[in-house]
Write a protein that binds this ligand. Structure first.
Ligand SMILES: [Zn+2]
Length: 452
């Protein structure tokens, strides 16, 4: 009864203009939200059990009876992983006829994950994103410039869908060289700019040299952003940078920051969130179940992102609870200015070089301007310049996208030789070390007097 009423309120909210929608959804009491989530979860479970080959087979093999399951945590140690998507292919997950597909641009493997969606889902996600952007201050009179990469990536499609509900003027640049983009952008003087964090940093550098115009906000998506980089971009434009947290598997939008910039307000109407393997500080791997997808629903999907669920009220007053800023990737994949890089990328870069087969480790830091990828290679001979130029040659030939990002000065790549035997500490060698967010979190904790 409560769930039905809530669903009707939501239905009205999402058909209403973004202003009314944000207000209506904010008025939902927590019990109503929980009831709605439970109803939607049970519907989704029945749907996948009837139509998805992967879930039907897995549930049967594990003796799971879906009519006895009320919450994802009742499924015990059953999860869906990115590896499942790759190994079984999208067909095994389909529960309806898809209209479109998007891909993850790179992961721990060279094989992309493909995720299918319906137009109905695209509209629902666009309408929810429109409400979130409205709360941040986006209005019909704004001019939006989107620099999101359009190649198989979900974000431009979700942004386009959201903007049609706001009905504001917008232009799409795609992800081109920030220098070239600046020349076009200056003619439109957009009041809102959307782009990837490393791209926005470079764009701000150019704007600092050539001139800025009044901007309302910048919205960054696609990768995490160091707080130093955020402050730098905000300083140049005199406007806030808000981070969106999403994954292609989640149709781009799991949560969006508010004015407080203290974690992402989560999209509880469309997802049920859990964390697993939680440490003493409450951090674990984020796992989500889709609640409203009709073409390729995902049950307990392991995001591979390490974070914390924040249930305390946010100072901004918004009803939606939060996900803390992502701390690290559970599977060693790092999302940075270079792109989405996993250990296999560096194996491939070193293939055929004189140090091929030597131990290596990539350390990602942030120098205050851009991400720095330092590839440490164990070698007794110190003629690194030779290795570095050959490695760059491999980068150009084997990873055109990463090469392009370097051309745009979205990151620095350098090679450092280290003495043999120094990288491995203990039994396992950590191939990728992301040191960007430990220090920036520390800064936030010091500034705000609390840990997020
Ligand atoms: Zn908030």
């Amino acid at each position: 009864m409560l769930a039905k009423l809530t669903e009707q309120i939501e239905g009205v909210a999402l058909r209403t203009a973004p202003a009314g929608s944000a207000w209506l959804l904010g008025a939902l009491p927590p019990a109503a939200l929980a009831a709605l989530q439970r109803t939607r979860f049970r519907q989704t479970l029945r749907l996948v059990n009837e139509h998805s080959r992967f879930y039907r087979d897995e549930f049967r093999r594990r003796g799971i009876r879906v009519d006895q399951i009320d919450h994802p945590s009742d499924l015990g140690d059953f999860y869906t992983t990115g590896e499942d998507l790759r190994a079984h292919g999208p067909d095994a997950f389909l529960t309806g006829r898809p209209d479109t597909a998007f891909e993850t641009t790179g992961t721990t493997s060279a094989l992309p994950k493909r995720v299918f969606f319906s137009q109905h889902e695209l509209n629902a996600m666009g309408s929810a994103s429109a409400a979130a952007l409205y709360v941040l201050g986006l209005r019909r009179e704004d001019t939006v410039l989107s620099a999101f990469d359009c190649s198989f990536w979900v974000s431009p499609a979700v942004a386009r869908s959201a903007l049609q509900y706001i009905r504001c003027f917008h232009v799409e640049a795609g992800k081109i060289d920030p220098v070239e983009c600046y020349v076009h952008a200056a003619a439109y003087r957009p009041s809102v700019i959307l782009g990837e964090p490393s791209w926005l940093v470079r764009f701000a550098e150019i704007a600092a040299e050539r001139g800025t115009w009044p901007i309302k906000m910048l919205v960054a998506g696609g990768e995490n952003m160091a707080e130093t980089a955020r402050r730098q971009v905000q300083h140049v434009w005199g406007a806030p940078v808000y981070l969106n947290y999403g994954q292609t598997e989640a149709f781009g939008s799991l949560g969006l920051e508010c004015r407080e910039q203290q974690g992402y307000h989560r999209n509880d109407l469309h997802f049920l969130f859990e964390t697993v393997g939680v440490d003493d500080n409450g951090y674990g791997e984020l796992v989500y179940t889709t609640l409203t997808r009709d073409v390729m629903p995902l049950i307990r999907y392991r995001s591979a992102d390490m974070t914390r669920l924040v249930n305390d009220p946010c100072p901004c007053g918004l009803f939606a609870r939060r996900i803390a800023k992502i701390r690290a990737r559970a599977d060693e994949m790092v999302v940075c200015g270079m792109g989405n890089v996993g250990p296999w990328v560096f194996d491939e870069l070193l293939r055929g070089l004189r140090v091929d087969g030597h131990e290596w480790q990539a350390v990602i830091t942030h120098n205050g301007r851009r991400d720095v990828v330092e590839l440490r290679v164990e070698d007794v001979r110190p003629d690194v310049p030779g290795i570095e130029s050959m490695l760059l040659e491999n980068l150009r030939e084997r990873f055109p996208d990463f090469w392009k990002n370097r051309d745009m000065r979205l990151y620095d790549l350098r090679v450092s030789p280290v003495l043999p035997g120094t990288l491995r500490q203990g039994r396992k060698l950590r191939r990728l070390i992301d040191q960007r967010f430990l220090s920036s979190e520390h800064v936030i904790a010091q500034n705000s007097g609390r840990r997020e």
